[in-house]
Design a protein. Structure first.
Length: 90
């Protein structure tokens, strides 16, 4: 299968994962609870997908690649909040 087809399939998988999160009543409820507590919520999910072709060649790739990643400036308060939520900052 050509690389472009694999990328297309992985992109569609990423879109399905995103749609699943977007349509989850449980996730919406947790976000609502956090907002009601006075915080804004930003959810980012990074997915690594490994696959093996029929000839046994193993590959690993990101589900969705971003050529221009965003720059995020965190304050000390932001970092403290994320740490309290057990979210690692890389």
């Amino acid at each position: 299968m050509p690389e472009s087809e694999i990328r297309s399939l992985l992109k569609r998988l990423g879109e399905s994962i995103n749609e699943t999160f977007s349509n989850s009543p449980e996730i919406h409820e947790r976000i609502r609870e956090i907002r009601n507590a006075g915080y804004e919520v930003f959810l980012t999910v990074e997915t690594k997908i490994g696959f093996c072709s029929a000839d046994g060649e193993s590959r690993k790739t990101d589900a969705v690649e971003n050529e221009n990643p965003a720059c995020l400036n965190l304050t000390d308060q932001d970092a403290k909040f994320l740490k309290s939520m057990k979210i690692a900052i890389n």
